[in-house]
Ligand binder design. Structure first.
Ligand code: MSP
Length: 510
C-alpha cells in the first residue's frame, strides 16, 4: 500500500481561532480523506507550537506560568478540530517531552558537526511573527509580514550556517520544479530571499526562558522556528528508540502551509534537513488567505465570530464546503457571513439538497421507494452516465494539482446536469402514462446512481453529508472503486425517507 504523509503547520495555541485558522486544516483534512479513499496508508499530522517569547508574554499578562497557559488553551484547538471533523492521526505539542528531547539532540548534532556556532546577534526582531529581519527587509520600518513594530535585540546567540547550504538549496529548487507550489511562490523565494544571499540564522535566544534549553549552554533556548519545524520528524520518532513511523512515512508528501510561512518551510527547513542528511519533503504548498474585504481577519477589528458559531448555525459541512470552494488555487478568498450563506444556498441547498430530495421523493411516490431499473434508455441518458463514470478521473486530476475548488466544481457539474436531466425528462409526466413506467424507472435509476457516485467523491470534503446521502440511498456502495462503475446501486434496494440535507437560509432574517 502506498503511504502518504501530510502535515498542517502547528498552530500557536489560542483562545481566539477564526475561520482563517481553519483553512489550512480543512484543506489538509480533505486531502488526507481523499488519499484514504484512494487506498493510501495516510498519516496526517497537526498540533500546537507552544514555545517562544510571544507565549511567554501572554502567560505573564495572565499571571500564570507559560506551561499553565498552554495547557489551558491547547484543548481549544483540539475541540475546534473535532467540531470540523478533522481526521488527524496525531496531534503533537512542542511541549511534549519526546519532542523536546529530540530537538536538543538535533541541536547538539548540528553543533558537533560545525553547522551551528556561537556568535553575537544584533538585529531586528518581530515578536508576534517570531521572525528576524534586516533593515532593508522592513516595509516602512515595520515587519513586512504583519506590519507591526520590530525591536532591536542584541544578544549572545548560536547561529546556523544557512549560507553554507545556499548553493545546494538553489540547485535543489531548480531541479525540483514541484517542490514549492504554486510556482509564483517558488520564484519569490529564490529571487527575493535566497539569491540576494542567505545570512546565517540566529537559532538561540537568551532574553527569555520559555523554550527548549540548549543542553550544553542552558541559558540559551532554541529558536522557536527550529523547535517548531522539527515537529514534522519528531512526531514520527526520528532519532528516538522507536523510529518505525519515521522509516515508514518520511519524507513528507505534502507540507501544507499559509503563504506567510512558506519562507520558513522552503529555506530553513530544507537546509536543516540537508544538514541532518535526511531526504527533503516532496512538496510545500503555500495557500492563500481568507480575508475580509481585502483586509485581515482580526480579533482587534472584531470582524469575525468563533468558527463554532458558524458550524452551529449553518452546519459543519456548510463551513467546510465554503472554505474549500471559495478560495481558488493558491489565491486569497474573501470571507463574509453573507457569502457563506450564498454558497450554502446556491450549491448545497439548491443544487445538491434539492436534487437528492426530489429524486428520493419521486422514487417513493412512483415506486414505493424501491430501486427499479427496467433499462429503457434514451440518447439523453448517455451524457449523464458518461459524466458520472468519468467524474473520478477529473476529480483525481484536480486533486493531484491541489485544485480543490475545481475538484468540487466538477462534482457539482454532475449534480447540475442531474437537475437539468430532471427538467428535460419530466418524470412527473412519464408517471402519468402507464406505458412510460419502465422508462421512468430508468430515469430515476440514472439519477439515484449519479447521486451515489457524487456522494462517494464528496466524502473527503463534506463527509457528514455523504453519510446522510448513503443512508437515504440505503447503500454500502461507497468505495472509490464503486464510483468507476455505473450500476452499483442494487435493484430492489428500499430507499429511506427523504430528509432535507440543507435548509435554505433566509438572508433577510440575518
Ligand atoms: N506556529 C506557526 C507555524 C509553525 S509550522 C512549523 C504558525 N501558526 S499560526 O497559528 O499563526 O498559523 C497556522 C496556520 O493558519 C498557517 O498556515 C496560517 O497561514 C493559517 N492562517 C492563519 N490565518 C489565516 C487566514 N486568514 N487565512 C488562511 N489561513 C491563515 O504560523
Amino acid at each position: 500500500m502506498k503511504k502518504y504523509y501530510i502535515t498542517t503547520p502547528i498552530y500557536y495555541p489560542s483562545a481566539d481561532f477564526h475561520i482563517g485558522h481553519c483553512y489550512t486544516t480543512i484543506i489538509a483534512d480533505s486531502i488526507a480523506r481523499y488519499k484514504r479513499l484512494l487506498g493510501y496508508d495516510v498519516f496526517f499530522l497537526t498540533g500546537t507550537d507552544e514555545h517562544g517569547e510571544k507565549i511567554e508574554k501572554k502567560a505573564n499578562d495572565a499571571h500564570v506560568t507559560p506551561q499553565e497557559y498552554v495547557d489551558k488553551i491547547v484543548d481549544n484547538a483540539k475541540d475546534l478540530w473535532k467540531s470540523l471533523g478533522i481526521s488527524y492521526d496525531k496531534f503533537i505539542r512542542t511541549t511534549d517531552k519526546y519532542h523536546e528531547e529530540i530537538v536538543q539532540k538535533i541541536f547538539n548534532k548540528l553543533y558537533e558537526q560545525g553547522d551551528i556556532y556561537k556568535g553575537e546577534y544584533e538585529g531586528l526582531y518581530c515578536t508576534p511573527c517570531e521572525s528576524f529581519w534586516t533593515e532593508t527587509q522592513l516595509v516602512d520600518g515595520k515587519c513586512p509580514d504583519c506590519g507591526r513594530d520590530v525591536h532591536l535585540v542584541k544578544e549572545e546567540s548560536y547561529f546556523f550556517k544557512l549560507s553554507k547550504y545556499q548553493d545546494r538549496l538553489v540547485k535543489y529548487l531548480e531541479e525540483h520544479n514541484s517542490f514549492i507550489e504554486p510556482v509564483s511562490r517558488k520564484n519569490e523565494m529564490i529571487n527575493n530571499f535566497i539569491k540576494p544571499g542567505l545570512e546565517d540564522l540566529c537559532v538561540s535566544r537568551t532574553t527569555f526562558n520559555w523554550g527548549i534549553p540548549v543542553t550544553f549552554d542552558p541559558k540559551h533556548v532554541v529558536y522557536v522556528w527550529i523547535d517548531a519545524l522539527t515537529n514534522y520528524i519528531t512526531a514520527l520518532g526520528y532519532m528516538s528508540d522507536d523510529d518505525t513511523l519515521f522509516k515508514k512515512y518520511w519524507p513528507a508528501d505534502l507540507h501544507l502551509v499559509g503563504k506567510e510561512i512558506v519562507r520558513f518551510h522552503t529555506i530553513i527547513w530544507p537546509i536543516l534537513l540537508m544538514a541532518l542528511d535526511i531526504p527533503l519533503p516532496e512538496k510545500v504548498f503555500g495557500h492563500g488567505w481568507l480575508v475580509i474585504d481585502g483586509g485581515k481577519i482580526s480579533k482587534s477589528l472584531g470582524n469575525y465570530k468563533d468558527p463554532r458559531e458558524y458550524i452551529d448555525e449553518y452546519s459543519v459541512d456548510a463551513v467546510r464546503y465554503f472554505v474549500l470552494r471559495e478560495v481558488p488555487f493558491g489565491n486569497d478568498g474573501v470571507f463574509s457571513e453573507s457569502s457563506l450563506i450564498s454558497r450554502t444556498n446556491a450549491d448545497l441547498a439548491n443544487v445538491l439538497g434539492n436534487l437528492v430530495n426530489r429524486t428520493i421523493s419521486m422514487s417513493k411516490k412512483y415506486f414505493d421507494g424501491v430501486v427499479v431499473n427496467k433499462k429503457v434508455s434514451e440518447d439523453i441518458d448517455d451524457d449523464l452516465i458518461k459524466t458520472a463514470i468519468e467524474l473520478h478521473k477529473i476529480v483525481d486530476e484536480k486533486m493531484n494539482d491541489l485544485h480543490i475548488s475545481e475538484a468540487l466544481d466538477s462534482i457539482f457539474t454532475l449534480l447540475r446536469k442531474c437537475n437539468k436531466y430532471i427538467d428535460d425528462t419530466t418524470p412527473w409526466i412519464l408517471a402519468k402514462e402507464e406505458d412510460k413506467k419502465d422508462r421512468l424507472s430508468t430515469v430515476l435509476y440514472n439519477l439515484l446512481e449519479s447521486i451515489r457516485i457524487s456522494a462517494v467523491l464528496l466524502q473527503p470534503f463534506i463527509p457528514t453529508t455523504s453519510e446522510k446521502i448513503f443512508n437515504q440511498l440505503n447503500t454500502d456502495e461507497r468505495t472509490y472503486e464503486s464510483c468507476k462503475e455505473f450500476g452499483k446501486l442494487k435493484e430492489g434496494t428500499l430507499l429511506n425517507n427523504p430528509e432535507p440535507l440543507f435548509a435554505r437560509i433566509d438572508v433577510n432574517n440575518k
